[in-house]
Design a binder for this molecule. Structure first.
Ligand SMILES: *[C@@H]1O[C@H](CO)[C@@H](O)[C@H](O)[C@H]1NC(C)=O
Ligand SMILES: *[C@@H]1O[C@H](CO)[C@@H](O)[C@H](O)[C@H]1NC(C)=O
Length: 544
């Protein structure tokens, strides 16, 4: 459930109206190409009910403890600062990267790849920037189960192998293969040349069917393979109507049908801010200093303030939060996570040296995250991961001590436990994250059968309406990670032909109601520093 502090939001909206240049639907942002009047496309996000996840099924306490340990170790690897990453001695002349998905690819979405297009499901991960797919050469012995849908280069007429090795390091091992390019379709945007890793070996527990890979949705500077993320290609090439993509993740706790392996899990939308998917206004926050396009490349923003049952947490300088769809829980710095649980009646550490906390299962409380002067509230139910022991009455909290304690990395990693309670948009002009309330009735779902899937017929890519690159605005910043020993030089995305969808698919609710069509909110083009300071000051004042 999401709530705003009404007084605060009203004031902020009024201030924002005069201080922010807010483009309207008919006024393209400076980076838009006026000749392109495209909209965006929604695709369903799905949930794997077989995935191990406490929201899917109650786990035995030992299994839960194991799962919690795994979640923590995934973050440790994913949020290692580039300077702390070391290329191992076996990876001479190879590119080494770090990434994460989760053994249990809980949320994923369909993409099309190759000519003719073949459908594969990938985890859309805003906390990383590499894109790889399990390759036909990946055997069961190399951790690709036989039931996994694999990429088969021999079946695609648009495949090109770069001959460059890639390697992405995970907690449980490495994903390895070669970098290739092929035609890729995401949310009906068809691009004739996108770089991806053709993985002939997976790390244990990286992904499991029906997912076949990971598509990183962070910025190129975070890409350890030196490749340009697909969403950013569309941005650099000025092919989006609105310079953003958004997620609406559903809460499937108790609603996952175990008979059906794949369940509706929400909506991913590319290229348009769809007012049907939220109610009220979108609150936009510029990326925190050092994280934007030339920075580390995470979608990291500042938390103004946090409170538990109205009682403020002393944030210190530990307010930067990476907004990560590929992370399940919410990781934070030890002193703050301890403060939060010290306010929740009856909460205590799961065990003596644990990074996790429990609270009485029946205890009601609220944790507020204030972003951009607006409070977003998580209830005890939102944060409840299930009972800590078979007969006990304490439940595990979704807020835990992040294993990544480098002050060069975001202090918080805000994953699905928060994101499923909001509408979340990731905008690039300027780089910012926006949150809004879900429509009354909660997140919507696209009916899985109503969505056109790449049909396997010949892709219509061809002709190049934007030939010559049109570049502008940066370009790939391949050398971002010191772990890279060999920069990727593939620039074919600059001249790739692109088909742009020209209208948004009608949204078919799979049960549940629609919110009112609220007026469209848009990306603020700039935000005065003074305003930022004023907002923080005001927030503090109002929370006192
Ligand atoms: C935790 O990770 C280990 C090793 O990667 C794996 O064998 C185990 O199944 C995982 N446990 C859970 C509950 O996900
Ligand atoms: C993308 O390709 C698919 C499959 O060929 C096709 O159905 C779809 O219309 C294409 N999208 C655009 C925007 O042209």
């Amino acid at each position: 459930m999401v709530q705003a502090l009404p007084v605060l939001v009203g004031t902020v909206a009024a201030m924002a109206a005069c201080a922010w240049a807010v483009p309207t639907a008919t006024t393209p942002s400076p980076r838009a190409t006026p000749t392109v009047s495209s909209h965006g496309m929604r695709i369903p996000i799905r949930i794997n009910a077989q995935a191990k996840h406490p929201r899917n099924k109650r786990m035995r306490p030992s299994e839960l403890a194991d799962w919690l340990e795994n979640e923590s170790s995934k973050l440790r690897v994913k949020y290692t600062h580039p300077h702390d990453r070391r290329a191992s001695s076996h990876t001479k002349r190879q590119q080494v990267g770090l990434g994460d998905s989760g053994a249990d690819s809980y949320y994923f979405a369909p993409i099309g790849i190759g000519t003719p297009l073949k459908t594969m499901d990938v985890v859309l991960d805003t906390g990383s920037s590499d894109f790889w797919l399990a390759d036909a050469a990946c055997s069961t012995a190399r951790n690709c189960p036989s039931s996994m849908v694999k990429y088969d280069a021999s079946k695609s007429s648009t495949y090109h192998n770069s001959g460059t090795q890639f390697q992405v390091q995970y907690g449980s091992g490495a994903v390895k293969g070669t970098l290739a390019t092929d035609a890729v379709s995401l949310a009906d945007y068809n691009i004739s040349s996108v770089s991806f890793g053709q993985a002939s070996q997976l790390a244990k527990n990286t992904i499991r069917p029906p997912a076949s890979g990971i598509m990183g949705m962070g910025f190129d500077t975070l890409s350890t393979t030196g490749t340009m993320p697909l969403w950013q290609i569309l941005t650099e090439r000025h092919l989006l109507h609105d310079y953003l993509f958004s997620f609406q993740l559903t809460t499937n706790f108790g609603r996952v049908e175990s008979s059906d392996e794949i369940n509706a899990g929400g909506v991913f939308t590319l290229g348009v801010l769809d007012s049907q998917q939220y109610s009220g206004d979108v609150t936009w926050l510029p990326l925190a200093e050092g994280y934007g396009p030339n920075g580390l490349g995470y979608w990291a923003i500042d938390i103004d303030q946090m409170a538990v049952n109205g009682q403020r947490i002393r944030m210190g300088n530990m307010g930067v939060a990476a907004i990560d769809t590929g992370t399940t829980l919410i990781g934070g710095p030890q002193p703050l996570v301890e403060q939060i649980h010290s306010i929740i009646p009856g909460a205590r550490p799961l065990s003596q040296s644990s990074q996790y906390f429990t609270f009485p299962c029946k205890q009601k409380f609220e944790v507020q995250f204030v972003f951009g002067g607006r409070a977003f509230t998580l209830s005890n139910e939102d944060l409840n991961l299930g009972p800590a022991s078979t007969f006990g009455s304490s439940c595990v909290s979704a807020i835990f001590i992040s294993p990544s304690q480098s002050n060069r990395m975001p202090a918080w990693i805000v994953g699905d436990s928060f994101l499923k309670t909001v509408f979340a948009a990731f905008g690039s002009s300027p780089p910012s994250v926006g949150f809004a309330s879900l429509p009354s009735g909660g997140a919507q779902s696209l009916s899985l059968t109503s969505v056109p899937m790449p049909s396997g017929r010949e892709s219509s890519v061809g002709g190049n309406p934007f030939g010559g690159g049109g570049g502008g605005g940066g370009g790939p910043l391949g050398g971002g990670s010191p772990a890279m020993t060999e920069p990727n030089t593939d620039k074919s995305w600059q001249t790739a032909s692109v088909d742009v969808p020209n209208k948004i698919q009608p949204l078919n609710p799979a049960g549940g109601t629609f919110g009112n069509a609220a007026p469209r909110a848009h990306l603020p083009m700039q935000r005065g520093v003074g305003l930022g300071v004023a907002l923080v000051a005001m927030t503090v004042a109002l929370l006192l």
